[in-house]
Design a protein around this ligand. Structure first.
Ligand code: ADP
Ligand code: MG
Length: 622
């Protein structure tokens, strides 16, 4: 159209579209769930606005918050329409032409190496998956605060926007028209679309309708010419459900006056059941349903199951329902800019109405890897997001969520046969199934760092979190072990938990600090993650035990009767040595009981940085 304004896609977007359009990726189905997910987001937004301003919904059909799918077999068009918030002209340019989010290049790279498009929704570029099946796409949109516009593109590096003067007015919302490619004809089959909605969009909280054909029996006068019947019935029979036919039988006569023929009519067929899974009784929800629900929340439709979930109702002053999941894998950017990014993955609902998925106040940062939702009955519905953020019951919700989350994580360990301590076999009695085997190690590999950050940040739950810690030790034989297991193996007379820090296990194994401890049979924890140094500044003790860095002053093994004697007899030597080294260099020179073969070591004072910490700090300032 000559009135259309032309735009070029941002380079990143163009590249992404090229990849999509030329993709040999076989699972092209994903485009539908991405469009439905966008429609659902748009509906959530308008419903949220309507809480404080009823006017925004308008009247009649406009106020119906649903999603409609329609097929045009002749023109090969599949269209998806919602009565969501819609997009202004600005929105169209911004949302469907540029990508602000950093995830795009990460996704493009991933795509080029793996070719797997399945995760597209997680990267905030799901819309572009339409070009898997269409070569030309029109987006018609009407936002309350603007006119109706059409966005269109053939994925040739450019898109156009025009004020819409020819389509039917939408009232409000968005209609996406996919002009399907020749080879994508299957998406014009009703049965295919029904299957896809069942498979991928089961948990969408708005009704999804398909304009579906239906064969109905129609009674027509027996004697009449068929060609005239058709004209008459095609319109009028659509809303009849067969009731009226019965009444004609009343004046029965000898010879039948009517006959039955098949007619195809169309009607909106509801494809999903909108009852929210979290409102159901947990006992009645199957494992498969939780898994599917997780996939839809995470926009991850692989076949991996979540590592754990917890579905519960909190009662009392603050009532809410929640479902939490531990994903099978950490998202690609979990620890990137940990301290300034908002990456909460929890969806907040108030009485079934979606409020936000950007609520930092519900979970502490270190639990941002969890996926799930909270539906509160206590929070007020008709206030702004800012007001909600300050609501006093959020603190209570947060507290309970943390508890439940930590319980859920502990359960992964409790049920894992690999975690069994000889001393407490009871925990694994009913977890003989192979599925739970090795699950905690998997959790630890993906999210161990979060637990450590938790110990640093959350003093209230420090001990609970410390229970979840895993590490290797001089005796763990390459396997992970816990503090409880360590303690259960402590030698009699041993008071402290021994650990050593360093860049890697190989280096630590050779450390002279371990010589005597090993010889005497003491177990020492290896801490090799840079974050461990910080961790140990916060984790002072565990139960009755204190932690002792074996490269620092203060190491006490069991009783050593000779220690005093030795100290006395070498007094002159240590004194001489200390003056020889000068006080800027060393604090003290002492007789040590920690060595076996090495003649001497440099030990850090109790309060100073360990040698490993010095190394980390140096690396950071370089
Ligand atoms: P995401 O949904 O992760 O943001 P998408 O690529 O799927 O990424 O969509 C990009 C943006 O386009 C959305 O964030 C939204 O602002 C806008 N958008 C897409 N579809 C619709 C729709 N049906 N109604 C309103 N806005 C939409
Ligand atoms: Mg999307």
């Amino acid at each position: 159209r000559n009135t259309a304004e032309k735009f070029e896609f941002q380079a990143e977007v163009s590249r992404l579209m090229d990849i999509i359009i030329n993709s040999l990726y076989s699972n092209k189905d994903i485009f539908l769930r991405e469009l439905i997910s966008n429609a659902s987001d748009a509906l959530d937004k308008i419903r949220f606005l309507s809480l404080t301003d009823k006017e925004v919904l308008g009247e009649g059909d406009n106020a119906k918050l649903d999603i409609q799918i329609k097929l045009d077999k002749e023109k090969k068009i599949l269209s998806i329409r919602d009565r969501g918030i819609g997009m202004t002209k600005e929105d169209l340019i911004k949302n469907l032409g540029t990508i602000a989010k950093s995830g795009t290049s990460a996704f493009v790279e991933k795509m080029q190496t793996s070719g797997d498009l399945n995760l597209i929704g997680q990267f905030g570029v799901g819309f572009y998956s339409v070009y898997l099946v269409a070569d030309y796409v029109e987006v018609i949109s009407k936002h309350n605060e603007d006119k109706q516009y059409v966005w269109e593109s053939k994925a040739d590096g450019a898109f156009a926007i025009s004020e819409d003067t020819w389509n039917e007015p939408l009232g409000r919302g968005t209609e996406i028209r996919l002009h399907l490619r020749e080879e994508a004809g299957e998406y014009l089959e009703e049965s295919k679309l029904k299957d896809l909605v069942k498979k991928y969009s089961e948990f969408i909280n708005f009704p999804i309708y398909l304009w579906a054909s239906k064969e109905v029996d129609v009674e027509v006068p027996a004697d009449e010419d068929e060609s005239t019947d058709e004209d008459e019935t095609s319109e009028s029979s659509t809303s009849d459900d067969g009731e009226s036919e019965k009444s004609e039988d009343e004046d029965a006569e000898d010879k039948p006056k009517t006959k039955t023929i098949k007619e195809t009519t169309y009607e909106w067929e509801l494809l999903n059941d909108v009852k929210a899974i979290w409102l159901r009784n947990p006992k009645e929800v199957t494992e498969e349903e939780y898994t599917k629900f997780y996939h839809s929340l995470a926009k991850d439709f692989g076949d991996e199951k979540p590592l754990a979930w917890s579905h519960f109702t909190a009662e009392g002053d603050v009532e809410f329902k929640a479902v939490l999941f531990v994903p099978p894998k950490a998202p690609h950017d979990l620890y990137e800019s940990y301290y300034n990014a908002n990456k909460a993955n929890l969806r907040l609902y108030v009485r079934r109405v979606f409020i936000s998925d950007e609520f930092d106040e519900l979970l502490p940062k270190y639990l941002n890897f969890l996926m799930g939702l909270v539906d509160s009955d206590t929070l007020p519905l008709n206030v702004s997001r800012e007001m909600l953020q300050q609501h006093s019951s959020l603190k209570t919700i947060k507290k309970k969520l943390i508890r439940k989350a930590l319980d859920m994580i502990r359960k992964i360990a409790d049920e894992d046969p690999d975690e069994a301590n000889d001393k407490d076999k009871k925990d694994v009695e009913n977890s003989s199934d192979d599925e739970k085997k090795g699950q905690y190690a998997k959790f630890w590999n993906e999210f161990g760092k979060s637990i450590k950050l938790g110990i640093i940040e959350d003093s209230v739950n420090r001990n609970r979190l410390a229970k979840l810690l895993r590490f290797e030790t001089t005796k763990s034989d390459g396997k992970l072990t816990s503090l409880d297991q360590y303690i259960s193996r402590m030698k009699s007379g041993q008071k402290d938990i021994f650990y050593i820090t360093g860049p890697n296990k190989e280096q630590l194994e050779k450390s002279p600090f371990l010589e005597r401890l090993k010889k005497k049979g003491y177990e020492v924890i290896y801490f090799t993650d840079p974050v461990d140094e910080y961790l140990m500044q916060y984790l002072m003790d565990y139960g009755d035990q204190k932690f002792q860095n074996v490269s620092k002053e203060g190491l006490k093994m069991g009783k050593d009767s000779k220690a005093k004697e030795l100290k006395e007899s070498f007094k002159d030597l240590t004194k001489w040595w200390k003056t020889a080294l000068a006080s800027e260099n060393v604090d003290d020179v002492k007789i040590s009981n920690r060595l076996a073969d090495t003649p001497c070591v440099v030990v850090t004072s109790k309060f100073g940085w360990s040698a490993n910490m010095e190394r980390i700090m140096q690396a950071q300032t370089l």
